[in-house]
Design a protein around this ligand. Structure first.
Ligand code: PGA
Length: 248
């Protein structure tokens, strides 16, 4: 079992002030106690962050962003900077989500630069990788993922968090088999440790995670946690996931 289980809620462009408050009121009631090895990380859209940051002070819920720009500041209309994430006490930032890659043309090089600026500001990047259904069917998924890792992540880092999110699994209700997740986890881990010289690697799984499959994914695939989309904005689902984490 990993030393910590990361439960990363990717709220995407969902939730308004009212339903975000309601969700957090429920999350705050969860007493982690002996489950203190659970890191409960919520990633709201940018405009919610100042408000949520305030609601989270003196709770054990951790704040994260869904993206950042790779420059400190400048003429980047519509973007938001890592310095503001830091100001509002974000500790993590999701980078290179497949929705950003496909809808906003984010490249591996851009993601690498975003990682660098996040690390410089002491915010932990969660780098998303994952294949399309076409690549999976052709059996080319491992090569594709290793190339993403190679191009997005610098050498010789102390630590890195990677989220394996097969594109075909996001929001579809489909998940790879536990062995398939384990294969990606093991090969990514080996590549990052042996070829990139990274000491501490954590691998999360993301894509159609819910309260029914969460524990099996963690146990059978040995991942360090999950990046959760739709189930993370469903109060019953996310509460069940956090309360029922099985450490055996
Ligand atoms: P999902 O989304 O849990 O709704 O499949 C996961 C994600 O996009 O990070």
């Amino acid at each position: 079992m990993p030393e910590n289980i990361l439960i990363v809620s990717n709220w995407k462009m969902n939730l308004n002030l009212d339903n975000a408050t309601k969700l957090l009121d429920n999350l705050k009631k969860i007493k982690l106690g002996s489950k203190s090895k659970v890191l409960n990380i919520v990633c709201p859209q940018f405009l919610l962050i100042p408000y949520i940051s305030n609601l989270l002070s003196s709770t054990d819920i951790i704040l994260g962003g869904q993206d950042c720009h790779f420059e400190d500041f400048g003429s980047f209309t519509g973007d938001s900077s890592i310095q503001l994430l830091k100001h509002y006490k974000c500790e993590y930032v999701i980078l290179g989500h497949s929705e950003r890659r496909s809808q906003y043309g984010e490249t591996n090089l851009m993601i690498k630069k975003k990682c660098e600026i996040a690390r410089k500001n002491k915010i932990k990047p969660i780098v998303c990788v994952g294949e399309s259904i076409k690549l999976r069917k052709k059996g080319k998924h491992i090569d594709f993922i290793i190339n993403q890792l190679d191009e997005c992540i610098e050498k010789n880092l102390e630590n890195i968090i990677v989220a394996y999110e097969p594109i075909w699994s996001i929001g579809s209700g489909l998940i790879p088999s536990y062995d398939e997740i384990l294969e990606v986890k093991t090969k990514s881990m080996n590549f990052l440790k042996e070829r990139k010289g990274i000491k501490n690697v954590k691998i999360l799984y993301g894509g159609s995670v819910n309260s029914q499959n969460f524990n099996d994914i963690i146990q059978m695939s040995g991942v360090d946690g999950a990046l959760i989309g739709s189930a993370s904005i469903n109060i019953k689902e996310i509460t069940k996931i956090i309360l029922n984490v099985d450490f055996n």
